[in-house]
Design a protein around this ligand. Structure first.
Ligand code: ADP
Length: 598
């Protein structure tokens, strides 16, 4: 087998390349450096796994997490591809065995952690071996401007310095233009081919709601009818992860918590339970999930606002890697932003405080916005896309009553103007509501004509009005958090422009309705699907691998819909290649024939 299309078809079971994949494969085959930025689920692994099979020597894949490496090695072995990993958890005998495999030229892919390069003698050892190319997975970890920065990743510049003729290929799902150039410079791959996809995950439905109380009712509404679906719930703290997990268990969900406060043993257990479908929901802090490859995650919920857009996009990105429609829910309040800001301010170890605050503010603006969510995410990552129209709450909300808040907006802007645009929103709201706090008398603001003209509205309502003014950019946040009035703000102040707000964004929030989303399995014959699933579970248990490693849900859905009658038709199913067919094809074909004959 020496042709890329043949390998694509027979080993990976795909009929054609997706966007960027062929270009990436060719770049590597032509021995050039590469930076690929395509969204999660876009098919990055194939970009380097396929050329690894065509080139002599071993491709070294640098990956941030052991769990992720294990997963990848397992999936490759299922395809009869010779792959291994080296980790600090292994004995030196195991490591020697892997090195010998490399020396023999048999090993096609070797997964290692970036820290491995600090191990004495490792670099020298690599120099004696035949390396086809280097892959840096999750390459955004190289950049201090992104998120999840790791010093060990930054050191990977040493690869190009030590192996000037070996291609270095970096992959990530998220990189702003700034992060992109940081990666290129840090890795010394200035002449690399850059493949940059559009930041859009069509199959993810994004729903963002103000949290009511502790958000439990909203969470349960979201999880309604999802007892058999797989998902992740992200929480703010370890304690909350535990309490939400207990709450869900009481409601008969198969849920467990996962966070850094648990022992390694328990964390491993929970991770495996999730991977092998023994539980359906992991309730976790951000400690969970980096690089998780489980393809059948159908939902991701956040009980509070993540600290950056990168975090949010990566976390929701864990859903729907198989390309099937998946749902996400984010619950937030202004308090989330305040709490996170206080963390940043109080943590003396945090560098780049201004940058983090900026990211946090963008995240909040994103939550309160009435614009297309996918468009806002894309614009954060410097991409321009059209409105999604169907995949976010703002595009699909249909008829929501619009309230005219022009007069209230004028009151707010007027108070801001009369105080020389030198105060933040809390103080202006205090003036409007006639507060008697010391700061008011200190500045004699009780004497302003606008003092107490906004008594009829609660702090929350005023805060929603300010959110709306920020959202339409009638206001901006200046130095020391003082609000500044833009040209549009002055137009509103003078009554030349009106301002409206969605009814559900202000005042008493309506009782939370169950979010209506199109179910993935809506048009699938569930009897057939369940039969294929049962067969898959049996095989997975026998082989001791997670079910999705045998076949993804997507493959089972296609099998249920097409009921193939022979090998040829089986091979037409996306995700079934010759190798997988050899392993499991006949069992599934027999079942398909049984079902057809019933
Ligand atoms: P990423 O690493 O970019 O998140 P993966 O490499 O995990 O994405 O691939 C996501 C899914 O897309 C996998 O289920 C994979 O089998 C599938 N896939 C990859 N390439 C193709 C292709 N050319 N045609 C069809 N499916 C593909």
């Amino acid at each position: 087998m020496n042709d890329k299309y043949e390998i694509l078809n027979k080993t990976f079971g795909h009929s054609s390349f997706r966007d960027f994949q062929e270009d990436a494969v060719d770049t590597i085959l032509n021995k050039n450096d590469l930076l690929t930025i395509i969204p999660t689920g876009g098919g990055k692994s194939l970009c380097y796994q396929l050329p690894a099979l065509l080139l002599a020597g071993t491709a070294i894949v640098i990956s941030p997490l052991i769990a992720l490496m294990q997963d990848q090695v397992m999936a490759l072995e299922e395809k009869n591809i010779s792959a291994a990993m080296i980790s600090s958890a292994q004995s030196s005998a195991q490591i020697d065995e892997t090195i010998n495999l490399m020396k023999s030229g048999e090993l096609k892919l070797l997964y290692i952690a970036p820290e491995r390069f600090s191990a004495y003698g490792f670099l020298d050892l690599l120099k004696t071996l035949n390396i086809s190319f280097f892959v840096i997975d999750e390459a955004h970890c190289v950049s201090e401007w992104g998120h999840e920065f790791r010093a060990d990743y930054r050191n990977l510049g040493l690869l190009k310095q030590n192996f000037p003729n070996t291609p270095v290929c970096a992959f990530t799902a998220t990189a702003t233009i700034k992060v992109q150039s940081d990666i290129v410079n840090a890795l010394h791959i200035q002449n690399c081919n850059i493949l940059r996809g559009i930041t859009k995950r069509d199959n993810l439905k994004i729903n963002i709601k103000k949290r009511i109380g502790n958000g439990r009712t909203q969470l349960i509404n979201f999880l309604n009818n999802r007892e058999n679906e797989i998902g992740i719930v992200y929480t703010f703290s370890r304690k909350e992860a535990d309490t939400v997990a207990s709450f869900l268990q009481e409601k008969n969900f198969k849920a467990k918590s996962y966070h850094a406060g648990l022992s390694t043993q328990i964390r491993d257990e929970v991770y495996k339970d999730f991977l092998y479908d023994r539980i359906n929901i992991v309730v976790a802090t951000i400690a969970f999930g980096m690089g998780i490859d489980k393809s059948n995650i159908r939902f991701v919920a956040h009980t509070s606002m993540p600290k950056t857009m990168e975090n949010f996009y990566q976390e929701i990105g864990r859903a729907g890697r198989d390309g099937l429609s998946s749902d996400t829910l984010l619950l937030f309040t202004k308090a989330d932003e305040i709490k996170r800001k206080a963390f940043i301010a109080n943590d003396i170890n945090i560098q780049y405080k201004d940058l983090l605050e900026e990211k946090l503010e963008y995240m909040y603006r994103f939550c309160i916005s009435s614009n297309c969510r996918h468009q806002l995410i894309a614009s954060y990552f410097n991409d321009t896309i059209k409105e999604c129209e169907i995949s976010c709450d703002n595009c699909t909300k249909g008829e929501v009553k619009q309230l005219n808040i022009s007069t209230d907006a004028q009151k707010f802007l007027s108070a801001l103007y009369r105080t020389n645009q030198s105060f933040g929103q809390t103080h202006i709201i205090d003036i409007l509501r006639g507060s008697k706090v010391a700061k008011i008398t200190q500045f004699s603001h009780q004497n302003l004509s606008v003092y107490s003209i906004g008594k009829d509205k609660s702090k929350n309502e005023w805060s929603a009005i300010v959110d709306r003014l920020l959202d339409v950019e009638a206001l901006s946040i200046g130095e020391y958090k003082a609000l500044k009035i833009s040209n549009l703000g002055f137009e509103i102040l003078k009554g030349k422009q009106s301002l409206f707000i969605d009814e559900d964004k202000i005042g008493n929030l309506p009782k939370d309705k169950a979010i209506k989303t199109k179910k993935v399995f809506e048009n699938v014959n569930m009897d057939y699907f369940d039969k294929f699933k049962e067969l898959r579970t049996g095989i997975a248990n026998e082989q001791n691998v997670p079910a999705y490693i045998v076949f993804s849900d997507k493959v089972l859905i296609e099998l249920s819909a097409t009921l193939p009658k022979n090998k040829k038709e089986m091979l037409e199913v996306n995700g079934i290649g010759e190798v997988k067919y050899e392993r499991y094809g006949e069992d599934f074909l027999n079942l398909s024939l049984d079902i057809s004959n019933q």
